[in-house]
Write a protein that binds this ligand. Structure first.
Ligand code: CNA
Length: 238
């Protein structure tokens, strides 16, 4: 595996137009469980599967149950960016990395110092009223009990894309633009199972598609370099 990491290091040194596309696996080393690993949210006990609770219709129908799950499973106190987030921010400062496209909703790339972060699925650090769209601080939503309500009576919701909801088209097209023009695309910590986000990597046209993921993905066969290691450990060596 050392040879692969050395190759990645060399490619990063040679490139000045890198785009990173990542998912929940980028934050597991910060202590946030992903969905599909053995200790991920899909394998933990809850009344309903996470994709049911995190859906638009469930939120509309059972906001109390949604918020119980949200506060217990999505909000984790004291999390900090790990070596993958920090190195990505550094690569941006060095002028090598042009954008981070993420499926994560935890805000850790920005906490690490990354500026150009395209959040395909939104962020639990922002909230707004589902009726009048007035913005709210995420604090009231992420802490406390019960369903947070707006002064208009509407339910305050997280600024995340729930299942059954469309992605923000402007963010999607910006992500597509960066990926299409990248000379190197590093894909990390994602099972590449969630569409349409995962389909974005089909737009990459270069010769340096790198996958850094603990388990294999449907895209392993198309990649120019595959590293099945922890992403924080890999990024601390490049
Ligand atoms: P996923 O389907 O749970 O896949 C995560 C992948 O990461 C798996 O293939 C793991 O093998 C791999 N992995 C786990 N830890 C590491 C590690 N340390 N190094 C390298 N690889 C690792 O998650 P996806 O992101 O693919 O699925 C998309 C969903 C998950 C998005 O809608 C996210 O919003 C959602 N999600 C986000 C967070 C977060 O914001 N931190 C947490 C949990 C789920």
């Amino acid at each position: 595996m050392e040879t692969e990491i050395l190759k990645l290091k060399q490619w990063v040194a040679e490139s000045d137009n890198i785009v990173f596309f990542g998912g929940a696996g980028v934050s597991t080393e910060s202590g946030i469980p992903d969905f599909r690993s053995v200790d991920g949210l899909y394998n933990q006990k809850w009344k309903y599967p996470p994709e049911t609770i995190l859906s638009h219709s469930f939120f509309e129908r059972w906001p109390e149950e949604y918020y119980r799950f949200h506060r217990e499973k999505l909000v984790i106190e004291g999390v900090k960016p790990n070596r993958a987030h920090l190195r990505l921010a550094e690569l941006e400062r060095e002028g090598k990395l042009k954008a981070v496209v993420t499926q994560n909703i935890d805000g850790l790339h920005q906490a690490a110092g990354s500026k150009n972060v395209l959040e395909l699925h939104g962020s639990i650090l922002r909230a707004y009223c589902s009726r009048c769209r007035k913005p709210y601080s995420a604090d009231a939503m992420n802490h406390g009990t019960g369903v947070p309500r707006c002064s208009c009576g509407g339910v305050i919701r997280p600024d995340i894309v729930l299942y059954e909801e469309p992605l923000d088209q402007e963010i999607m097209s910006r992500a597509l633009h960066y990926i299409r023009n990248a000379d190197m695309l590093i894909v990390g910590g994602t099972s590449l199972n969630v569409y349409p986000a995962a389909g974005l990597i089909d737009y990459y046209r270069g010769q340096k598609l790198v996958l850094v993921n603990l388990s294999s993905t449907p895209y392993d066969q198309y990649a120019d370099l595959v590293i099945h290691e922890k992403i924080g450990e890999v990024f601390s060596q490049i």
